[in-house]
Design a protein around this ligand. Structure first.
Ligand SMILES: [Zn+2]
Length: 650
């Protein structure tokens, strides 16, 4: 791709045009050209920033173009997670390293920093002033003001961290494990699952650690030893390879924080979050644990009592019992049979239902884009244009089924960050659902992930790349998604799409029972989350020689389920990379999500005024204000723990 200084790839395109993808064409070449072209554009715009203008507005606009091109180059990371061709995934990894290398160089470019430091903010509007403040803060956090030797070392550490992150993720993606068992050991599993797992030539059945195999097996499989074997396999994914990778990654982070003058990595990381400091994370973990421990104890006693009906000598409920006995308790004591529930959630209906529900709630229209027009990487991907008030505001791509070499969890990835007048917001949901019936849990997950996608698109309508999409403090980002989960639990909402093969709508009594049953397990969920949050925080707060035994110790301290003998769950705990010390985010965001939801009328979940206010005051503003201020603006008061505490006590 050729560029000259007057041809800017991102601005010659009409603002409403989606990115042109290669479809059946040559992805390997395209990925390289896209990334390197945008990177070259970023370099050119950075030169303009450094060209000597002292007009703050002019400098910030050039910087905005540079950041836009950099974000476009960085979005190449998506293809390392989803592309069906391993060569494209590897190429995308290499390109990401180049992008990160340049980002690191920029962060330590003293001449560039000097340009911003000399700008006069007088006369800038609020958004531009905020861009300048955040830019200066970013520079300080990359060590631009340190001596040469320190900056060199920080650069090395940053490059090493990118490489380690990629190794960590790749090992998890590529390491699918399985158990091979006799067909009778599938006792308890639904017929469609058994049909999808026939015996092979040697008479045995293969069950993998991919979610569509793992989740139903640990929920419904009555063979306790088979559940243990599969859980053990899942908790050994990426072991032992990732153990050393994590030790190296933690060491890099510790040294980085130290060189930048912070007491710990969590202090460095939390500085730009709502929570503010490492100590506040430790305090939050204790606060939630204390609030939830009694309830978790009562719930585990219920599970143990039920387990004793099968095994009178049982003394503990294990991690591989928890889903299974929770499911039985819900079925027997709350009249919720997961196998009946799932008959109402055929994948295609759920996907359409989700679009209809969110369309109605936020006033959005979804127009399907045919596969050959969208030009995506796989025929499974469903693409839609997003319309608001008759105007196209984005495009989304739903890549929802597992395949070899694909990202194993559920997440939203940016493809293009929206910038008004420059480029259309495009996002991708990457999940691993079955093509047939879905568990209700998975329906909730789909609503959750879709919340991120809606945030990405609605927040992608402003002028500044820095604030585009999900650009708030990182411990707020789960709140909008967790709040959207509430719509997957509402009787009237579910009645719009949850129908079985006979065309019967899910009965209101069943949804009511599901909601009652869902309250069972909240304490268990909270303490289990804190055991993960504790790993994420304490692994980063200080060095630990044996991550397995220290992780087990934290499990014993925070969870009610004993550690699984022989397991090394940290090796496949992907959030240790992306969230680093910040896994507490999920519970922190839930506290805020419950508060946000308190503004809605549970008897009228589609009431337009509150939904529109939420859309415009929280989602559409992206990162233009601190999350606490966005929430206060919507609620008319600061956020509090009250709604969360009431929910836990319910
Ligand atoms: Zn999420």
């Amino acid at each position: 791709m050729a560029h000259d200084t007057d041809m800017q790839p991102s601005s010659v395109r009409a603002s409403s045009d989606p990115l042109v993808l290669p479809g059946a064409g040559d992805w390997l070449t395209w990925v390289g050209e896209r990334c390197e072209g945008e990177l070259a554009e970023a370099v050119r715009q950075v030169e303009r920033v450094k060209a000597g203008s002292t007009d703050a507005g002019e400098v910030l606009r050039a910087w905005n173009r540079a950041e836009t091109a950099l974000a476009n180059a960085d979005a190449v990371a998506l293809w390392s997670e989803v592309h069906p061709d391993a060569a494209v995934r590897d190429r995308a990894d290499e390109l990401s390293q180049q992008v990160q290398k340049y980002v690191t160089e920029l962060g330590q470019d003293r001449d560039l920093f000097a340009v911003f430091a000399a700008l006069d903010a007088e006369g800038l509007d609020d958004d531009a002033r905020r861009v300048l403040d955040h830019t200066l803060r970013d520079f300080r956090r990359t060590g631009v003001d340190r001596d040469d030797a320190t900056r060199d070392r920080l650069r090395e550490l940053s490059e090493r961290s990118v490489k380690l992150s990629q190794d960590f993720g790749r090992t998890i993606r590529d390491d699918v494990r399985s158990i091979r068992i006799a067909p009778e050991r599938l006792a308890g599993l639904p017929d469609d699952y058994r049909a999808a797992h026939p015996a092979e030539d040697d008479g045995l059945v293969t069950i993998t650690t991919d979610y569509p195999d793992l989740v139903p097996f640990t929920t419904f499989g009555s063979d306790v030893e088979a559940r243990r074997e599969l859980s053990l396999a899942a908790n050994n994914v990426a072991w032992p390879a990732n153990d050393q990778v994590l030790q190296d990654l933690f060491a890099v982070r510790r040294e980085t924080a130290d060189l930048l003058g912070y007491a710990s990595w969590p202090d460095y990381d939390a500085e730009v979050k709502m929570i503010g400091s490492g100590q506040a994370i430790a305090d939050f973990i204790e606060r939630i644990s204390e609030a939830a421990t009694e309830r978790a104890g009562q719930e585990v006693a219920v599970l143990l009592e039920r387990k004793r009906a099968d095994d009178p000598d049982a003394e503990v409920v294990t991690t591989y019992d928890s889903r299974y006995y929770s499911e039985l308790v819900r079925r027997e004591q709350y009249a919720v049979d997961g196998q009946v529930v799932r008959t109402y959630f055929g994948f295609e209906q759920v996907r359409q239902g989700l679009l209809d529900v969110t369309g109605r709630l936020f006033g959005l229209e979804w127009t399907p884009v045919p596969h050959d027009e969208a030009g995506t990487w796989h025929e499974d991907v469903a693409s839609y244009d997003v319309g608001l008030d008759g105007r196209r505001i984005g495009r989304i791509h739903l890549d929802l089924h597992p395949r070899e070499g694909k990202f194993k969890h559920a997440a939203q990835f940016d493809m293009v960050k929206g910038v008004a007048g420059t480029q259309l917001a495009e996002g991708v949901l990457v999940c691993n659902f079955s093509r047939g019936l879905m568990e209700h849990d998975e329906v909730v997950t789909l609503f959750h992930e879709f919340g991120h996608l809606v945030h990405h698109v609605l927040g992608g309508q402003g002028e500044w790349l820095r604030f585009s999409g999900v650009a708030t403090e990182w411990d707020f980002v789960e709140a909008p998604s967790q709040m959207l989960e509430e719509w997957a639990w509402d009787t009237d909402v579910l009645a719009t799409f949850a129908r079985n093969a006979e065309g019967e709508t899910i009965p209101a009594e069943l949804v009511a029972a599901m909601r009652r049953a869902d309250h069972f397990g909240k304490g268990l969920y909270a303490v289990q989350q804190m055991s993960y949050a504790a790993r994420s925080y304490y692994f980063h707060a200080a060095r630990h020689d044996d991550l397995t035994s220290y992780g087990d110790e934290l499990q014993r301290r925070y969870s009610v389920f004993p550690p699984l003998e022989g397991a090394h769950m940290h090796c496949a705990f992907g959030h240790l990379d992306g969230y680093s010390s910040g896994y507490y985010t999920y519970m922190w965001s839930l506290v805020i999500a419950k508060d946000l939801f308190s503004a809605f009328d549970v008897d009228d979940m589609f009431a337009p005024d509150v939904a529109t206010a939420y859309r415009d005051k929280v989602l559409a503003r992206g990162g233009r204000a601190d999350a606490a201020d966005l929430v206060a603006d919507f609620l008319g008061r600061p956020y509090s723990f009250d709604a969360w505490a009431a929910w836990l006590a319910e």
